[in-house]
Design a protein around this ligand. Structure first.
Ligand SMILES: [Zn+2]
Ligand SMILES: [Zn+2]
Length: 258
C-alpha cells in the first residue's frame, strides 16, 4: 500500500532507513532498533487516519461501514498466550506462526476436529468424542441429548426465498458410509487452490449427475470444504465430496474412478 520511500520520515531517521529498500528489510530494522520502530509507527499515523476516514465514508445497503483499528501487538500476544493451551511442553513451534505447517500438532488436531472453514464462514464447535482432551475438560453446555450442529450455509427453498435456520439445522447428517475408494465416481477442482477433490456416489453417475457436476465446476462454485450440491438440490445427499477439507489439505490418493 505504501512504498517505504514514500513514508514521510523525520530527518533524523532518514539515513538509518535508507538501506532498508523493502518493507521486509524495514520491518527487520525496526525490530532491531526500537527508535526506528516508533518513528515508523508515528510516520504512518497520518496515512492510517486518512484511510480510516475514507473507509468510514463507505456505505452498504444504506448503513455506514464501521472501521476498526488494527489489533495491537499486545492484543496478539494475549491471544497467543491463551493458545499456548494447545502446546505440549516440548513443542517449540509457535501458535502464531503464519506458516500453518509449523503450528503445534495439538493445535492442528484441534482445528481438524472442531473447526470448519468454508467460503462464507468459520466455525468452531465442541465435539462429542470421548477421547477429546479439550471437550472432556470443557463439555458442551447443551443437554446431552441435544446435538450441537454446524451452522448451515444460507440456503434457498423451492420458492426462492432463504429457508429459516431451524429448518436447516442438522439436516446435513447424511449417511456417508460410501466415502470409500470403490465409490469414487469423478473429481471436482477447487476454484481457489486448484486441487482435485474426489466425488463419491453409491451408484454410477447418471448423465444428469455428470452434467450437474460440470455446472458446479464451470460456475466456480466449489471450494475445498464446501458442499458439492447445496441443501435441497437433487444430488445433495447422493453425490458428495468429503467435508472438512481445507485448501491446505493434501489430495486424496484414491483417484481410480470406478
Ligand atoms: Zn472435542
Ligand atoms: Zn481448495
Amino acid at each position: 500500500m505504501y512504498a517505504c520511500k514514500e513514508i514521510p520520515w523525520m530527518p533524523t531517521y532518514k539515513y538509518m532507513v535508507k538501506p532498508a529498500s523493502t518493507l521486509k528489510k524495514l520491518r527487520d530494522l525496526s525490530e532491531r532498533q526500537p527508535n526506528v520502530k516508533s518513528a515508523l509507527e508515528e510516520s504512518l499515523k497520518p496515512t492510517l487516519s486518512l484511510l480510516k476516514h475514507r473507509f468510514s465514508k463507505l456505505k452498504l445497503h444504506g448503513r455506514p461501514a464501521v472501521v476498526h483499528d488494527s489489533v495491537t501487538l499486545e492484543e496478539i500476544m494475549n491471544i497467543s498466550n491463551v493458545l499456548d493451551l494447545f502446546k505440549d511442553a516440548k513443542d517449540s513451534s509457535s501458535v502464531i506462526d503464519t506458516k500453518e505447517k509449523n503450528a503445534p500438532k495439538k493445535l492442528k488436531a484441534f482445528i481438524e476436529r472442531h473447526c470448519r472453514a468454508w467460503q462464507y464462514s468459520f466455525q468452531i464447535k465442541k465435539c462429542d468424542a470421548a477421547d477429546c482432551w479439550y471437550c472432556i475438560l470443557n463439555p458442551k453446555r447443551l443437554p446431552e441429548d441435544k446435538p450441537l450442529h454446524w451452522l448451515p450455509d444460507p440456503t434457498k427453498g423451492p420458492d426462492g426465498t432463504f429457508q429459516p435456520l431451524e429448518d436447516l439445522l442438522g439436516i446435513e447428517a447424511i449417511d456417508r458410509d460410501f466415502l470409500i475408494g470403490g465409490k469414487v465416481r469423478s473429481f471436482i477442482m477447487c476454484c481457489l487452490c486448484g486441487k482435485r477433490r474426489v466425488v463419491y456416489c453409491k451408484e454410477r453417475l447418471s448423465r444428469q449427475q455428470v452434467t450437474d457436476i460440470e455446472v458446479v465446476q464451470d460456475n466456480l462454485l466449489y471450494t475445498c470444504g464446501s458442499m458439492l450440491f447445496p441443501y435441497g438440490h437433487r444430488n445433495h445427499e447422493t453425490v458428495v465430496v468429503k467435508d472438512g477439507l481445507e485448501c491446505a489439505a493434501e489430495m486424496e490418493t484414491t483417484y481410480s474412478a470406478g
